[in-house]
Write a new protein. Structure first.
Length: 118
């Protein structure tokens, strides 16, 4: 139960960062740094629970795809201009890219378990 709460908290934090970043009128390095911190936490929990890098990235990509799908539905519902829609997708991608890169880097820098000697 605690592990589900950890994953939920990370997802909620990331969603909060995405929402603040897409609504920010400028590049916000502080929010991107927060996204990287969340990505590092995500990678740490994933490694702790024995999740492979591929599976961790699959889950992160699923989250990204869900955001993109929601963003693609907005133009019809909110009458967004194509340039506003493109900006929205770029901003979502920017945050997601930060998270994905930090997850990969965290796995890459993690100590490799020693193999038993033959």
């Amino acid at each position: 139960e605690d592990d589900r709460a950890d994953w939920r908290r990370i997802g909620q934090q990331l969603m909060g960062v995405v929402l603040r970043y897409i609504n920010s009128p400028h590049e916000d390095d502080g929010l991107l740094a927060e996204a990287r911190t969340i990505g590092a936490d995500y990678a740490s929990y994933a490694r702790q629970y024995g999740v492979t890098l591929t599976s961790a990235l699959e889950a992160a990509l699923f989250f990204r795809d869900s955001l993109v799908d929601a963003a693609m539905a907005l133009p019809e519902e909110a009458n967004l201009r194509p340039e506003a829609s493109a900006r929205l997708l770029r901003r979502i991608s920017r945050v997601a890219n930060e998270v994905h890169l930090v997850v990969a880097a965290s796995y890459q820098s993690a100590p490799t378990p020693e193999l038993p000697s033959a």
